[in-house]
Structures are given as C-alpha cells and as structure tokens.
Design a protein around this ligand. Structure first.
Ligand code: UTP
Length: 299
C-alpha cells in the first residue's frame, strides 16, 4: 500500500522523470508483491480548490475538484506504467478486486484525503502496512524549520500518532496524517510508514519492509484499547462503499464520525499553509495548518 502525495508526483521539479523512475521501480517490485498506489492531488488540487472558492464554491465543491486532481495524477502514473485506463478506480473495493500486480487510484468522495483512502484500500486488501510517501522525511517533535531542537521520531505507536491528529485544530496543534486514516489503521492494525517519497531508495526500502530513515507508526503496539479520540458514531451513511461485505463500520464508508475534528480539508486556503482551516493563526507563531505541521510538506 503506497500513498504518493501530489506534492511528490508533480512538484514542478522534473516531474515526468520522477514519475518514470517511480513507475520502473514499482514494476520491478511488483514481481514479488501486489502493490496498490493511491495518488494525492498536490498543487493541482490546491489550485482548483482555490479557484472554486474564489467562484463561490464551498467545501463540497472544493473536495470534488480535489478528487478530480488526485485522479488526474493517478492517470499520469498509470500512463507511466504503460496502462492508461479510461478511468482510475473509484472505490477501494473496485481496486481490491482488479486482480492486477499494481493497482492505482486517487480519491473517493468528499470529506477526507487520500491518506484515509489509502487506509480504506489497505483494509479492503487485508494489508498490514501502508506507506505514506510524502515530501518530508518523517514525523518530527516540532517544525524543524523553526525549531533547531526538533528531532525526527523514528518510531511511534498509532495511539501516539492519534494523540496528534485527533486533537481539535488550533493554531499550534496540527497533524501529519488524516485522522480518519489513523482511525482505520488503528482499528485494522495497519502500520504506517512515513517516508520521503522523492527518495526512491527510501521508498523501495519501505515497500520491501527494510529499515527506513523515516517514521514507523506501529499499529500493533499501543493499539489494543479503544480509539484514542472520542468514540466514533456507529452508523453508516455512504451507500457506495458500504456495499462491501467487509464494511462493518463507518470507517469503511469513507464517512466521518460525529466527533470529526476537522470541518473539511481546505486545500489552497493559503499559499503558505494550504490546509489551514478557520481564521489565520495570527501572532501565535505557529503555522496554523491542520496538516501537516509537525514537519512541513512543500507548499
Ligand atoms: P490529497 O489527498 O492530495 O490531499 O487530496 P492532501 O493530503 O491535502 O494533499 P497532498 O498529500 O499534499 O498531496 C486533495 C484534496 O482532494 C479532496 C480533499 O479536498 C483533499 O484536500 N479529497 C481527496 C477528497 O475530498 N476526498 C478524497 O477521497 C480525496
């Protein structure tokens, strides 16, 4: 299970060369393992969300455009793999049943990010590990650009990650991973590896289960009790994903529980902090974003 951030796929820095090298590596590794790749929307998503907002669109419209961006990026990777489908998979269940060595998709429905989709796909495939290939090289104790004492955390439990991401957003509290993705990973004992996706050796090691330089989030240790956050509402609202026989809880539906801490992903909310939600953080000294913040992703 590999989640490739859009900031990795199309950062305007030799993009096609990177995508080619990524595709070649995935092809090689797929001889020994089934690989699923979920592509993020990156700056394309932020641009369209910003445009939608300028034109009067709300959260829903911004999410819809963000999802389209993730799917366009997924199409690019599919093309590099020599397989340009008319349409990339639209649900985790569809992907799980395609029978391919490498399966690709982007987002699913409004209200979360591809981090959560990756966890849903991991669940649908019965995977025990998901890799978040992003533009930072791991989770830090604080923002390393601002704090010279910031340290990279090489290993943490899912509950420790949960403590970061379940907290309600405030100027100084933000997170590195979609909380719905954390919740699904916790419930299904899926470990999360957060690595620098531009470093293909690091990504390869993560896929192969070798030592990584990034952060390993252990969903087995420290994940035996109830969820770290308030209990999720035991109800299912989305019909689409609930068609799966595995869909026994709200998490399968890509739906958000009543305690959901974030109103909505807000790509493009500010050029510096694309996921900022609510009023600017002002003089707090913190970046004010909802995610990522322990360490910075590229703008
Ligand atoms: P991403 O998953 O790329 O969001 O989806 P991100 O984490 O903000 O971006 P990266 O990781 O830096 O690349 C882009 C946007 O698309 C919408 C959300 O608005 C999200 O912020 N989206 C995506 C959905 O609404 N549902 C999905 O399933 C996926």
């Amino acid at each position: 299970m590999v989640s490739i951030g859009g900031s990795i796929l199309v950062p305007d820095d030799n993009d096609s060369d990177y995508i080619k090298r990524l595709a070649a590596m995935l092809k090689e590794l797929s001889e020994d393992a089934r690989i699923a790749v979920i592509c993020g929307g990156g700056k394309t998503a932020r641009y369209y969300a910003g445009m939608a907002r300028s034109l009067g669109g709300g959260d829903y419209e911004q999410d819809i455009l963000g999802i389209e961006a993730t799917r366009m990026n997924a199409q690019l990777l599919a093309l590099a793999l020599g397989d340009m489908p008319d349409e990339v998979h639209r649900t985790p269940e569809e992907l799980a049943s395609d029978g391919k060595r490498i399966s690709i998709m982007g987002g699913t429905e409004p209200g979360h990010t591809t981090d959560a989709v990756t966890a849903m796909v991991a669940k649908a495939l019965g995977a025990t590990r998901m890799i978040n290939a992003t533009s930072v090289d791991g989770v830090y104790t604080s923002d390393p650009r601002k704090d010279p004492d910031a340290r990279k955390i090489s290993r943490m439990t899912i509950d420790e990650l949960g403590e970061i991401v379940y907290k309600k957003h405030s100027a100084s509290k933000s997170s590195v991973f979609d909380p719905l993705g954390v919740q699904i990973a916790k419930e299904n004992r899926i470990d999360i590896l957060i690595v620098d996706g531009r470093d293909l050796d690091e990504l390869r090691n993560a896929i192969l289960g070798k030592e990584i330089g990034g952060t390993f989030v252990d969903s087995h240790r420290g994940a035996r009790g109830p969820p770290t956050g308030p209990a999720p509402a035991p109800r299912i609202r989305s019909a689409r994903l609930c068609a799966s026989p595995r869909a026994s809880s709200w998490t399968s539906c890509g739906d958000r529980p009543s305690w959901w801490p974030w109103p909505r992903m807000r790509p493009g909310a500010s050029s510096r902090c694309p996921r900022r939600r609510g009023p600017p953080s002002g003089s707090s000294g913190a970046c004010g974003r909802t995610r990522p913040c322990i360490s910075e992703r590229s703008p």
